[in-house]
Design a protein around this ligand. Structure first.
Ligand code: P6P
Length: 336
């Protein structure tokens, strides 16, 4: 039987053969993957582990924190702070950045994450996941890392990925050389390569959006969805299917696997906010993965990876997936 390639071997080869990733980044990604395995075990325990339900606190976003949100955040912090590969971390669950304690060596990377995306699905046993993004500490950084050092456009990412905790636990990763998928082999306790060079079909018949917000959408989004709903009798001349898992990791995983378009656009409910999803640790990593797989990711007006962040937890409108569909929706915005 042909031996499957482990995540470790894949990363060693990316480091050795392609000279693509320095050893510190390889170590970082191995540590993140190990942390995701621990989170997967906690998620899989569910009620048996006493980890379901609310933690009785709110995060910086003003959202109720689930027990597993806090557990996942702590697992990622504890796994990454001692290795010497990081200078600091940022998380959806923490207001400010987390500096690596002085008792540990400082590294050259910054790690950002949404420790458990899709929390509303935890208690109903629907797929959730961890999203992560890796930046380099700015060269001119002559002292301690500050929040402004994280405020880099998504095009600066050196690695990005997610781990989805579903029927399988699957790690999906890019270091800028395409997208690879690793499935957790629980008998071995390691991630093994199950797919590489993923490609998103440029066309699709499947859209993902929360339809209950329709009356709040802007005209370009409403036009696009109306045309999809009109099906074969409408301007698109084909019928569409709809999916909405309310877990970005699961919706993006489907799109990376079989195509589709995912939209969480700006809407009139909170007009002062550009969107619901966060730029630094949701839209940027997912946008890079999608682009690396031949798809596109915009905020309706510009490429997500070109957005210059001004705040660590800033939100953004997200339209990503099959290239031709994203370009169509983005084109409708330019005609307004
Ligand atoms: P809604 C999960 O809370 C999340 O941040 C994304 O994972 C998901 O796509 C979206 O929010 C779901 O939002 O408004 O449909 O519940």
């Amino acid at each position: 039987m042909s031996q499957r390639i482990s995540l470790t071997r894949y990363l060693v080869e990316q480091q050795r053969v392609d000279g693509h990733i320095p050893s510190q980044l390889r170590l970082l990604l191995e540590v993140v993957a190990r942390a995701c395995k621990s989170i997967s075990q906690a998620v899989n325990k569910g009620a048996l582990g006493g980890v379901l339900g609310s933690a009785g606190s709110e995060n910086v976003q003003g959202e109720v924190q689930k027990k597993l949100d806090i557990i996942a955040n702590e697992v990622l912090i504890e796994a990454n702070e001692w290795g010497g590969h990081l200078a600091a971390m940022a998380s959806e669950e923490m207001d400010g950045i987390y500096l690596v304690p002085n008792r540990y060596p400082q590294g050259e990377y910054l790690l950002l994450f949404d420790p458990l995306d899709g929390s509303s699905n935890i208690d109903v046993n629907v797929s959730i996941g961890t999203i992560f993004s890796v930046l380099k500490k700015p060269e001119d950084n002559n002292g301690g890392v500050e929040e402004k050092d994280f405020l880099q456009p998504g095009s600066n990412q050196v690695a990005a990925g997610y781990c989805i905790y579903g029927p399988q636990t699957t790690l999906v990763l890019t270091v800028g050389d395409g997208v690879a998928m690793f499935t957790l082999d629980r008998e071995q306790g390691s991630f093994v390569l199950t797919q590489e060079n993923l490609r998103i079909p440029e066309d699709t018949k499947e859209f993902a959006i929360n339809m209950s917000n329709m009356r709040h959408w802007d005209a370009p989004v409403k036009r696009y969805i109306d045309e999809c709903l009109a099906g074969t009798e409408g301007p698109r001349g084909k019928d569409f299917n709809m999916r909405w898992i309310a877990s970005m990791v699961a919706d993006v995983h489907r799109i990376l696997t079989r195509g589709g378009i995912f939209m969480y656009p700006w809407d009139k409910r909170e007009p002062h906010k550009p969107g619901k999803l966060r730029l630094m640790y949701e839209a940027n990593p997912m946008g890079w993965l999608v682009e690396q797989a031949g798809g596109a990711a915009t905020n309706g007006h510009q490429r997500i990876l070109d957005i210059q962040p001004t705040q660590l937890h800033e939100r953004v409108s997200v339209i990503l997936g099959s290239k031709n569909e994203v370009e169509r929706v983005t084109g409708y915005h330019s005609k307004v």
